[in-house]
Design a protein around this ligand. Structure first.
Ligand code: PEP
Ligand code: MN
Length: 351
């Protein structure tokens, strides 16, 4: 149930409405927007049957939520959510500008992660990615540097000022990853790892939730709902391609998912053109299409020497190709009514 309050509602009236709902056994979620305040009710709606909600002072309208996701739903929150990452909010998602995260698939050693961070920053990225715990299809493939990789990411954040995002695969790794990273990534293979999602609800770090290989948009939103229902509302969704019958690309980028998600949820939506296409040559056109379709950001794999990458070399951009993509991105952002966020914008937003 969603209660929209009158424009002149008082705090006392809001408190009274919430008390009546909570006394009936439901939870409430208050969202104050620029123009309206919404009180969302969470729980079994039949409990509210006997409460005369429409007659309470300050209530303008009462609407049932028919969608299974509530906290993630667009109707539940007055304004779009802007997720800020990093203690000084160096990067943000869902505001007027588009944010680019770039870096290697995996952290391989100190020199390469530092070199990659500097080159992606110089080309205009405002966040660094890099896997320390890697979900590999083969148990014989490189599994990531683990805890040492996390330590290197934190060191490189200190050296470059770029906030870092890295994957967490298991509930037992959550505290360690949260200690080192500014944003925690849930990979496609773990999108429905419900104990992990619940644990991430208790963490005070934004979450980058990637769409599962065969997940519907509704399932992606229900996964976000798990994190939010457990207390963490800072969730960024990521379309990274889904598995279809097409074999010409690693996955099929679901471009329509971007406007559909923007209609259904207030959460920011970004796109991973690297894992979608699985081919460095496809990264730029897919990135441009994503921005044209309304994405709030991109996450792109970049390697100083893709030929020698320990994972995902085929889809990783070489430094020059990444710089070229960044220089061409501006025009697509402008066509979509956006700008590309720069480190300068982010620090100004905080000041
Ligand atoms: C990754 O970001 O390196 C990764 C493994 O992505 P996904 O979970 O989307 O496959
Ligand atoms: Mn990868």
């Amino acid at each position: 149930m969603i209660i929209v309050t009158r424009p002149n509602v008082t705090d006392a009236e809001i408190d009274h409405i919430r008390e009546r709902i909570e006394a009936a056994g439901m939870r409430t979620h208050l969202s104050r927007g620029e123009r309206r305040t919404i009180i969302g009710c969470i729980g079994d709606e039949s409990l509210l049957q006997e409460v005369p909600l429409r007659s309470l002072p300050g209530v303008e309208s009462v609407t049932p939520v028919l969608k299974p996701y509530k906290l993630a739903s667009r109707e539940f929150v007055a304004d779009r959510t802007v997720v800020r990452v990093g203690g000084r909010a160096e990067a943000s998602f869902g505001g007027p500008s588009v944010t680019v995260i770039a870096g290697p698939c995996s952290v391989e050693n100190r020199e390469m992660i530092l070199e990659t961070a500097c080159l992606v920053r110089d080309a205009g990225a405002t966040m660094l990615r890099g896997g320390a715990f890697k979900p590999r299809t083969s148990p014989y493939a490189f599994q990531g540097m683990g805890a040492e990789g996390l330590r290197l990411l934190a060191e490189v954040r200190g050296a470059t000022g770029l906030p870092v995002v890295t994957e967490v695969m298991d509930t037992r790794q959550v505290d360690l990853v949260a200690e080192h990273a500014d944003m925690l990534q849930v990979g496609a293979r773990n999108m429905q790892n419900f104990p992990l999602l619940a644990e991430l609800g208790r963490v005070r770090r934004p979450i980058l939730l990637k769409r599962g290989l065969s997940a519907t948009i509704k399932e992606l939103l229900m996964a976000a709902e798990y994190i939010m229902a457990n207390g963490n509302h800072e969730v960024v969704l990521c379309e990274r391609g889904i598995r279809t019958y097409e074999t010409a690309t690693r996955n099929t980028l679901d471009i329509a998912a971007i406007p559909v998600l923007k209609r259904e949820t207030h959460l920011p939506v970004i796109v991973d053109p690297s894992h979608a296409g699985g081919d460095a040559a496809l990264v730029a056109p897919l990135a441009f299409a994503a921005i044209a379709a309304g994405a709030d950001g991109l996450i792109i794999e970049v390697h100083p020497d893709p030929e020698c990458a320990l994972s995902d070399g085929d889809q990783s951009l070489a430094p020059e190709a990444f710089a070229d993509l960044m220089s061409r991105l501006e025009a697509f952002a402008a066509a979509a009514g956006r700008t590309i966020s720069s480190a300068h914008d982010a620090s100004r937003a905080v000041a």
